[in-house]
Write a protein that binds this ligand. Structure first.
Ligand code: SF4
Ligand code: SF4
Length: 96
């Protein structure tokens, strides 16, 4: 079990309101807006935090590099994947 699995397990016992607040904080720390893959459609729809929310529902993305490994949220959650806006959330990419 790695850091991400532990984090998911801890979330199971968190109250919904606390979890919602935590996700809002992560959203403020997301650096997708400065990524070369982030496009105008995503900006228009204010889409962020793809590692949690999954791939962009409205905006197809063309891969131009992914800066997720340098994002503070990666260390906080123990993320190991990348290109979440294209491939889906960490959970989806791990088939959890
Ligand atoms: S890891 Fe990527 S998708 Fe997740 S918050 Fe950071 S920049 Fe955004
Ligand atoms: S998920 Fe990765 S590739 Fe997509 S916009 Fe965020 S940093 Fe860029």
């Amino acid at each position: 079990m790695d850091q991400f699995d532990e984090m998911l397990r801890e979330r199971q016992s968190m109250p919904a309101e606390g979890l919602k607040k935590m996700i809002e904080v992560h959203r403020t720390r997301c650096i997708c807006g400065t990524c070369p893959t982030y496009n105008g459609c995503m900006r228009e729809h204010q889409e962020l935090l793809f590692c949690e929310m999954g791939k962009s529902p409205a905006c197809p993305a063309e891969k131009r590099g992914c800066i997720c490994p340098t994002c503070p949220v990666t260390g906080l959650l123990g993320l190991k994947k990348a290109y979440y806006c294209v491939r889906g959330s960490e959970r989806e990419q791990r088939n959890l």
